[in-house]
Design a protein around this ligand. Structure first.
Ligand SMILES: [Zn+2]
Length: 336
């Protein structure tokens, strides 16, 4: 039944005009269906292609917009990074300048160390100062500046950063060494100061009038030759008598021969003995400093008048006090 329907034909009459001859077309239903199907297929394909073309066009437009956005973003990033690089370059330059200033300070410290070294010479050998002397360095602000400006390349930035890093490393090592040397110099100065404090090197009186030196003399009482174990210094009654070095008061005593007298124990078996004092103002076991008043000048004991008999004992034996007394102004020595 159906097959018969497909086989049946349809007649199309085409009338071109009043005078034309009539054209009759006989087409089977099957042919017509095929033609209709083909037309539908062609239409569908055309629609699909049009849609895909439209989609591509829209995609390209969207991508173009996206690319523009990304390009703008990248340009912003590059600008930001360039600004950061410029800041880093400026920081490196500032660090480089600071390294130069630290170097100058280091040179000044070395000169100071040399001065200290002269005050306390020791075993530490001075190294020759290397690099540029601070005295020859010129500050950036002094005088005029000019010339063509060349942009700094990446390579130059790396070189400057590496050179600055190396300078800081070298400065760190030098600072460490200098700190150590200054510490040793400080110790030597302290030792020297303490040694000096323990060593008699000042006059025990205000007066410097020596009435009887150390050595052989005619005894003032018997007029016979005798050995004078100390030095007699004339002075006014009540004048202060000073400890010639720091130490411990070994004894404070009185007897008819020495009068009021004080013995002070110093360093390395050294003692000083002060006789004929009018009065004493220290006690046995007291710690005394150099220049500290220990009593008043007097004429107690075997004495012809106000004076101080001053003795220096080395390992218990009297020795000439003269080497322990400066020949220049006493007051000046005391204030040192
Ligand atoms: Zn004497």
């Amino acid at each position: 039944m159906k097959f018969t329907w497909f086989q049946s034909k349809l007649t199309f009459v085409i009338i071109p005009g009043a005078n034309g001859s009539v054209v009759r077309l006989k087409l089977s239903r099957a042919a017509l269906c095929c033609a209709a199907s083909f037309m539908l297929l062609l239409l569908g394909t055309t629609c699909i292609l049009a849609i895909r073309s439209l989609h591509s066009t829209v995609s390209v437009s969207l991508k173009s917009v996206e690319m523009k956005g990304r390009t703008a973003q990248l340009e912003q990033d590059i600008h930001r990074k360039n600004a950061a690089i410029e800041r880093l370059q400026n920081d490196i330059y500032a660090l480089s300048k600071q390294a130069s200033e630290v170097r100058s300070q280091m040179e000044r410290m070395k000169r100071l160390e040399q001065d200290l070294h002269k005050l306390a010479p020791g075993s530490v050998e001075r190294r020759k100062a290397d690099g540029q002397s601070a005295s020859t360095a010129v500050s950036a602000g002094a005088g005029g500046m000019g010339g063509e400006a060349f942009p700094v390349t990446e390579g130059q930035t790396h070189e400057l950063a590496a050179a600055t890093g190396a300078r800081y490393t070298a400065l760190h090592a030098e600072m460490k060494e200098l700190t150590s040397r200054l510490g040793q110099t400080k110790l030597r100065l302290q030792e020297k100061q303490e040694r000096r404090q323990r060593t008699p090197d000042i006059w025990p009186t205000l007066s410097k009038v020596v009435t009887s030196p150390y050595g052989y003399r005619k005894d003032p009482f018997t007029k016979k030759l005798s050995f004078h174990r100390g030095i007699d210094i004339a002075g006014k009654l009540g004048d202060p008598v000073y400890a010639v070095a720091s130490g411990i008061v070994h004894s404070v005593a009185y007897d008819k021969l020495h009068g009021h007298n004080v013995i002070i124990e110093h360093d390395k078996g050294l003692r000083t003995w002060y006789m004929h004092l009018n009065s004493t103002q220290v006690s046995q076991g007291d710690k005394v400093d150099k220049g500290q008043a220990i009593g008043q000048l007097g004429t107690t004991g075997r004495s012809t008048g106000p004076h101080l008999h001053y003795e220096v004992l080395l390992s218990g034996k009297s020795t000439d006090p003269a080497p322990y007394m400066p020949s220049d102004n006493r007051k000046k020595e005391r204030n040192k």
